[in-house]
Design a protein around this ligand. Structure first.
Ligand code: NDP
Ligand code: MG
Length: 383
């Protein structure tokens, strides 16, 4: 089990559940970070007494300082602060629970300081998975997935010494709130409809990604990077109940799956206790109560983001960071009621088609691709 943890994005859905687990396991907290939610960060500082607390902006950091004057917690802000939080000396594990590309540089910094990474921030692997995995190899760092599907695969692969024995990974997908709808129906859905996920309570960005199935597209790429497999060996099936969290098919035809109550605290805890398993405050799975388990092929006509992500994965280079950056921008616009549901796909596709492609990008070229993709998505809004 790890000895001391820092959480990037502690005020969010994964961040708060990580703190539940940290409390359950009795692990000390070294650093916490948030965007602008000062009130929640102040509460967390009082409860967990981190050495360092980081906010996204100077204004939020000043406000936090005022609220926790009586504590010894140091307050910092911005990208430098986030990198400091990722590299605080006493932590041996960093949970990356920030949303979006902003997680990339701090994750790389944590790896260079040999911290175990509990990786929730999938956008990092989508944009720069090859660089991140190479850096982890170089520094002998373990990247333990927190995403439920990838944690399931991680568990199914325990005891598999040779990845050539894997025939394919099968990611399960709840189908989101719009499962079964056709293109016409999807043209009329609202933000409130999209934010109503049937099985999981999550941050807004990932909830919209689940509604478009872009989340599953991002997860296909995340799986390719983590397990170093081509896109052809990563399949997706719709599984409405979210009980089977994902599967691995081996060359001899054996299929391993991990099942459990849909609760992110289990994969979060495993990222901290691995290679041990410990009692976890999650409701046990009762097979006799979970009803029928069903599986369907995804409808890529109605949900084209999934097919677009597979195309970008095949293309490689800057295609994935461009898709991700444009998607972050488009989802933000959708959440601000600036565009409709199908515009998300339209804007992302426009960025993928127009932003110049680079085959083997450096970190700087990835960051530039992200910037250009966001600009392209903004420009495409009025087209
Ligand atoms: P939330 O939106 O709930 O939380 C995001 C966290 O990041 C918050 O602490 C937020 O701070 C902080 N943050 C937001 N913007 C910035 C910024 N610009 N700079 C620094 N910090 C920022 O997201 P989730 O917890 O749902 O998701 C986090 C990551 O985990 C995502 O990559 C998601 O895809 C992944 N994930 C989430 C799952 C879930 O069940 N929620 C499941 C699997 C993966 P503030 O509160 O101040 O805004
Ligand atoms: Mg997932």
């Amino acid at each position: 089990m790890v000895k001391c943890v820092s959480i990037l994005g502690s005020t969010g859905s994964i961040g708060r559940q990580s703190l539940d687990i940290i409390e359950h396991l009795g692990i000390p907290v070294a650093a916490l970070t948030a965007g602008t939610n000062v009130t929640r960060m102040a509460e967390q500082c009082r409860q967990y007494r981190p050495r360092l607390a980081v906010m996204a902006t100077q204004e939020a950091a000043e406000a936090l300082k005022e609220q926790i004057e009586d504590l010894s917690t140091e307050v910092a802000w911005g990208e430098d602060g986030l990198i400091r939080a990722a590299t605080v000396e006493e932590a041996d594990c960093v949970i990356t629970a920030v949303v979006g590309m902003v997680g990339l540089k701090p994750t790389l910094a944590a790896i260079r300081h040999k911290k175990r990474i509990g990786l929730a921030n999938k956008e990092t692997l989508v944009c720069a998975g090859e660089l991140v995995m190479a850096e982890a190899d170089k520094h002998g760092v373990e990247i333990i997935p927190v995403d439920s599907e990838h944690s399931a695969i991680f568990q199914c692969l325990m005891g598999c010494a040779d990845s050539r024995e894997i025939k394919r990974l099968i990611l399960t997908c709840s189908g989101g709130p719009f499962f079964g709808m056709d293109k016409e129906g999807l043209g009329k859905v609202t933000k409130a409809d999209a934010l109503r996920h049937p099985n999981w309570k999550m941050g807004e960005k990932i909830t919209i990604d689940c509604a478009t199935l872009m989340n599953k597209g991002l997860e296909v790429i995340e799986a390719m990077r983590l397990y170093r497999l081509p896109v052809e060996q990563v399949d997706v099936v719709i599984h409405r109940q979210s009980i089977v969290h994902s599967l691995v098919e081996f060359n001899d035809g054996a299929v391993m799956a991990q099942l459990g109550t849909p609760d992110m605290r289990l994969p979060i805890q495993l990222a901290m206790t691995y290679p041990e398993r410990m009692e976890c405050p999650v409701e046990p799975l009762d097979l006799l109560k979970c009803g029928d388990l069903s599986f369907y092929a995804p409808d890529i006509q109605a949900f084209p983001c999934l097919a677009l992500a597979r195309d970008c994965a095949k293309k490689g280079g800057t295609a994935c960071p461009v898709m991700n950056g444009a998607n972050e921008e488009a989802v933000a616009m959708f959440l601000h009621d600036e565009i409709g549901f199908y515009d998300i796909y339209r804007l992302v596709k426009y960025a993928v088609d127009t932003v110049p492609f680079v085959q083997n990008p450096t970190l700087e070229e990835i960051l530039e691709a992200d910037r250009l993709a966001r600009q392209a998505a903004r420009n495409a809004k009025s087209l």
